[in-house]
Design a binder for this molecule. Structure first.
Ligand SMILES: Cc1cc2nc3c(=O)[nH]c(=O)nc-3n(C[C@H](O)[C@H](O)[C@H](O)COP(=O)(O)OP(=O)(O)OC[C@H]3O[C@@H](n4cnc5c(N)ncnc54)[C@H](O)[C@@H]3O)c2cc1C
Length: 388
């Protein structure tokens, strides 16, 4: 990693975004595109944390694990977040053309496969809730599942289909947003960690080992690093950040058109444009004695066992790599979006668990809040204040 501070004669910006993942890169893009003078500051290289390590699923349905564990009332309260994902998926449709980079976006839909009658009945309730948002989610018999995905085990009972889901390449997305932000005049600064922040009159003063930066509006999209920065103002959010694993196989002939999940256990399963299968679902990595995340063989075996149960024909496919990323969560699974109370111009943006999907809209929402105070939706369910 190299420190990259463009040749800037002054270090004062109207807007500074801290965090060069997809949320921050998208925020910088929408700010710069609308004429907002801005800098994006990242402590490492761009896209090296969650945004560049995720599984690239574009999610548009209530996740089964949450639905099963937290129940229907929770799911109802989650609907505004699902609508946020659905609206972000609309942006994903055109994002490659908008940014001028093929982000390998495919939106063929997602299949949630059920094994038991109880799970199938739960899927029915889940689909009904999703349909209240106008999402054309459907409950499928096993015959209908097999028509869409003939490789699914015939031991399964049926499934649910969400037509808006898909996949994109996480290695490309955030860098493409950052590059487009630069084209619109944003300064992209990497290898610079924001160590501390001070409020000075109407401005924020950011201290870094490479000098100080000033701004009127400060957007923190630092994900796992949000609390490190906000604690300095006496504010802390219940953000969990546990390491999880994703595995990738050798390249195989085209087989899987959809994003596939399973109700029984954690699984996301899809095929990248390259032909590789991407197998994940939130299986935990281990944390070593030095605090660093390391490969968890038990999780790996369990993840592969579940994948084989749902798609038995992959038994001979070789896995070539497993990697680890730090996931992000909030207790209610809803995002944190908004201005910090009492700190005019200080904004937080974080979408838990499915923040790759939400990234484009999160970026646009943060930019809109700053530029015209219009988030295009009611942000109350995502209010920072709900955690006290
Ligand atoms: C293994 C895994 C699989 C996942 N799969 C999916 C998926 O398939 N689909 C999906 O939608 N979501 C998925 N997610 C979740 C998704 O990746 C995240 O929600 C999303 O990437 C968060 O983006 P972000 O930009 O907010 O955060 P990040 O990508 O983490 O970016 C935050 C950036 O802030 C920087 N930063 C922090 N502190 C400072 C500081 N003090 N100064 C300067 N910079 C700082 C960090 O270095 C980092 O680059 C997955 C996550 C993981 C870990």
């Amino acid at each position: 990693m190299t420190v990259n501070i463009p040749n800037i004669s002054h270090r004062e910006f109207e807007n500074i975004v801290v965090g060069g993942g997809i949320s921050g890169a998208a925020a910088a893009y929408y700010l710069a595109k609308s004429g907002g003078q801005c800098a994006l500051i990242e402590q490492f290289d761009l896209n090296t944390q969650a945004s560049g390590r995720n599984a690239g699923s574009l999610h548009g349905q209530i996740q089964y694990e949450g639905f099963h564990q937290l129940g229907e009332t929770w799911a109802r309260d989650f609907l505004p977040a699902l609508k946020f994902l659905a609206d972000s998926l609309e942006i994903w449709k055109g994002v490659s053309a908008e940014l001028g980079v093929d982000l390998e976006v495919v939106q063929n839909g997602g299949l949630m496969i059920a094994e038991s009658k109880a799970e199938f009945a739960a899927l029915k309730k889940k689909v009904e809730l999703e349909r209240t948002l106008g999402i054309d989610a459907q409950l499928l018999s096993m015959k209908e599942v097999l028509e869409k995905a003939p490789y699914i085990s015939t031991k399964m009972l049926g499934g649910a289909f969400s037509p808006i889901e898909g996949k994109a390449n996480p290695l490309l997305a955030a860098p493409a947003f950052a590059s487009a932000a630069r084209t619109h005049g944003a300064q992209v600064i990497t290898g610079v960690k924001v160590e501390s922040i001070e409020r000075q009159n109407e401005m924020y003063l950011l201290h870094t080992a490479s000098g100080e930066f000033y701004c009127r509006n400060l957007v923190i999209t630092a994900n796992a690093g949000i609390n490190y920065l906000t604690q300095q103002f006496g504010i802390e959010f219940p953000i969990s950040n546990d390491p999880v694993q994703v595995s990738v196989s050798e390249m195989i002939a085209p087989m899987v058109k959809h994003l596939v999940y399973f109700t029984g256990e954690k699984l996301t399963f899809k095929q990248a444009k390259s032909g590789s299968l991407l197998i994940g679902g939130g299986w935990p990595a281990k944390v070593g004695p030095d605090g660093k995340a390391v490969f968890n063989p038990e999780s790996f075996r369990a993840n592969m066992r579940v994948a084989l149960k749902v798609v038995p024909s992959i038994s001979k496919v070789r896995i070539i790599r497993t990697w680890i990323g730090t996931g992000n969560g909030t207790p209610d699974h809803r995002p944190l979006i908004g201005e910090v109370s009492g700190y005019k111009g200080l904004y937080i943006g974080m979408f838990p668990y499915m923040g790759f999907t939400a990234g484009p809209l999160l970026g646009r929402t943060l930019a809109n809040l700053i530029l015209n105070a219009d988030a295009e939706r009611d942000l109350t369910p995502f209010a920072l204040s709900r955690f006290g």
